[in-house]
Design a protein around this ligand. Sequence first.
Ligand code: ZN
Length: 451
Amino acid sequence: MNTYIYRIFLAALLLSFGITANAGGHRQAAAKQPEIKRTLIRNVRVWEGNGNKLTAPRNVLIENNLIKTLNAADSIAGADVIDGGGRIMIPGIIEAHGHLALSAPPAELGDTDLGYMGAVSVKAAEIYLMRGWTTVRDIGGPSQGLAKAIDEGIVPGPRIYPSAMIISQTSGHGDLRRLNDPHPNMGGGATLMDRFKLLADGPAEVRRAVRESLRLGAVQIKVMAGGGISSEYDPIDTVQYSVEEMRAAVEAAADWQTYVAVHAYTDEAVNRALDAGVKVIEHGHLLSPKTLKRIQKEGAYLSSQSFGFIRQFIQPGQTGGQGGKAAEVMTGVDTLMETARDIGLPVAFGTDTFGTLRAYRIGQTEFGFRKRWFDSAEILTQATRHNAELLKLTGPRNPYQDGPLGVIAEGAYADLLLVDGNPLEDVALLEDYENNIRLIMKDGTVYKNTL
Ligand SMILES: [Zn+2]
């Protein structure tokens, strides 16, 4: 546009605003300072994410959606006041591995209805929030629309870091076709399933799939790098994607200053992913100590789960099918968690729940399961401060940049819980969230208060 035309365009634009204001009959005076909403939470002991330590009783002031100070006076003019009664304040829980859009079992995804699934996802998001989970790193499936609706205040739910489309090779863990379904890129055409995953083979297709996912709103990229439980035609030991294909994904994500997380259980799959520059390993249940040390040495991250949710599918002695695959993966969970603990490799706190509303509720059992390997303060750190480190890997794609998440600190987002009892002594008390979590605040808004 040349400058002259641009000026006319601008003048017309300004004029149109003026006309609109006049037509409304009440022209705005000079913009008023927006009113600050203040909430004072009195008499709480704060866990700042530091070992077993709690602060002495204090008052926490929240201004709009951020924590203003942990040392507020006893009364603040105009503030809503909540009396904490000496209870413990912790940051809102962060899910490192969720799937809010996978609101039907994978085998049924293709036969369901998008509107119905959307409704189930909305309910799942509400369940997460009301369990005290204020952020979900959504690691596959189109949750970006739900994220937008939550951010706009249309429905209640956690903050969501969407991955949009799951990217899988043909016959990979994301290839959820029935056996005789035609291939979408080989004359099959698109089906409802193509809202959830992209089948991509060869570096060029993988690049395109990553770009498509980013375009749809992914803030990190999810790639299937090895066999999985919920897919029928890829044994757990299969290695998926070549180094070249995965490197294409890593480069395409890096062009958007974000990263690739891979689904993988085995040494072969994880070593190949690390060779390609992958930053985050999801699951890893069958990894040897050697590969875990490599993850640590290269500054990559391990995002694993105790799989309380998957344990229910395992029948004793079962070998084939999804139950057999689940059993195979579960053989490694103790070694994985114990080795990670012993070498000091942090394990992100996630559940991998999907498929039914019951599953989303079962996610709360992750706290108790982890007590087999970690103490309560460690588990709480994984679920808050450490998980927040993973979220930061999204760089400029991070949708929430006004302050840190996963901590109670000056300037942090006001995502916090008030708890009956001491979760640093027994984190499993959070499993009875209905009784023991008395206050849930996300983004400065109170969603539950039974004080
Ligand atoms: Zn998963």
